[in-house]
Design a protein around this ligand. Structure first.
Ligand code: RVK
Ligand code: MG
Ligand code: MG
Length: 351
């Protein structure tokens, strides 16, 4: 695709942040460990239908830590006209202490306490100490990365480097960091594709595999059992997406790709949801592929807000804001704020 129409690109920036917000808000009610039963999937279908209905005056659904941190990342990039690790760490901590009850991960709050206590003199120390020095492998670094993918979409190297450095503020485990990088690359790839053309899901996956091939090198000589676990997961994803007929059962998807709070078992799942929702999914009744993406992600159970949010960010970057139903979006807390942040990122990124 040649130089993209600037209106389309602006819509894609909005779509990515609003898709992330929507997935978080709509998924937050269903966070749990199980893959949902057919009955529960029907409950989710009805709930989405009701939200999209014209006359439904439900209270606005609050977002969780996923969106709180995405907002912090965006605001920091905007205020600094680029990435500043200490500034971003301060944003995270400030946003956490203003609203500590947004459902943050159990471990990450320790990082915030330590950062505040050491007055940000050592920005990277607290994250390194997590989980007995192992570092967090949670999906917290990945769930908030969308603004980085947008801001640095023209410069892949800088985007990858910044996705890594923003992770290091809270997540240092290799799979926690590489999950954030993979999520950023998936958003960037979606952003650069023409939504009017049919998406080549195999090519999309192969590109991700090629990119992760460059990222997943055992630099530190850790002697890891599997030095390239994301590549392994992406190859499973490729097999699943290429299965014939109605495709694999959800049990198989969750069993192979996962649906938990670890980045390794949630980022590839979110990417899979986006790719699978390119085509109708029998159990999901909607004509809208963005809603289909988010609803399918949530119907897999587990870490629903985060997988919904990451899938929404990728889908929104592909389809743009037009595919997000305003009837649904109006039930999501501060969507105007997220649209405004997307516009500011767009102006800075394309200046
Ligand atoms: C509640 C063992 C580890 C680990 C390690 C586990 C919100 C811990 C959002 C930890 C997202 C959890 C999610 C989350 C984002 C991580 N060994 N267990 N090395 N590393 N864990 O605390 O920002 O929902 O059980 O760093 O990644 O909606 O509590 O937070 O779903 O993963 O939390 O990791 O969480 P954290 P996070
Ligand atoms: Mg959350
Ligand atoms: Mg979550």
């Amino acid at each position: 695709m040649g130089k993209m129409d600037s209106l389309l690109l602006k819509s894609k920036f909005r779509g990515s942040l609003l898709g992330a917000l929507m997935g978080d808000c709509l998924g937050s009610a269903y966070e749990g460990d199980e893959l949902f039963s057919a009955g529960m999937k029907l409950v989710i279908q009805k709930s989405f239908d009701k939200l999209q209905g014209p006359h439904f005056k439900a209270p606005v659904i609050q977002f969780t830590d996923d969106s709180a941190m995405t907002r912090a990342v965006a605001e920091s990039l905007i205020e600094c006209t680029g990435f500043d690790q200490t500034h971003m760490a301060k944003k995270f901590v400030k946003s956490y202490y203003l609203e500590p009850n947004r459902g943050y991960g159990a471990g990450v709050t320790t990082v915030f306490h330590k950062l505040r206590n050491n007055k940000f003199v050592d920005v990277l120390g607290p994250a390194r100490e997590q989980f007995n020095g192992e570092g967090s492998l949670g999906n917290g670094g990945a769930m908030r990365v969308a603004p980085i993918a947008l801001f640095y979409y023209k410069n892949s190297e800088l985007m990858v480097d910044t996705a890594r450095k923003q992770s290091h503020i809270t997540h240092t485990h290799k799979t926690g960091v590489d999950g954030a990088i993979l999520q950023a690359i998936a958003i960037q790839q979606s952003l650069l594709l023409d939504p009017k053309e049919e998406l080549d899901t195999c090519k999309f996956t192969d590109n991700l595999i090629n990119e992760m091939d460059k990222i997943e090198i055992d630099e530190e000589g850790l002697g890891l059992v599997d030095p390239s676990p994301y590549k392994t997961q992406l190859k499973l994803l490729r097999n699943l997406i290429c299965e014939d007929g109605d495709g694999p059962h959800d049990e198989k998807v969750v069993h192979q790709l996962g649906n938990d709070v670890s980045a390794l078992h949630s980022v590839p799942t979110a990417i899979y949801c986006f790719l699978k929702a390119q085509k109708p999914i029998p159990a999901i009744q909607t004509e809208n592929p963005l809603r289909r993406t988010v609803q399918y992600a949530i119907s897999l159970g587990g870490d629903t807000d985060t997988i919904g949010s990451m899938a929404g960010a990728i889908a929104g970057a592909f389809y743009g804001e037009e595919m997000i139903r305003p009837e649904i979006l109006k039930h999501c807390e501060t969507s105007d704020k997220f649209r405004e942040l997307a516009d500011q990122l767009f102006h800075l990124a394309t200046a």
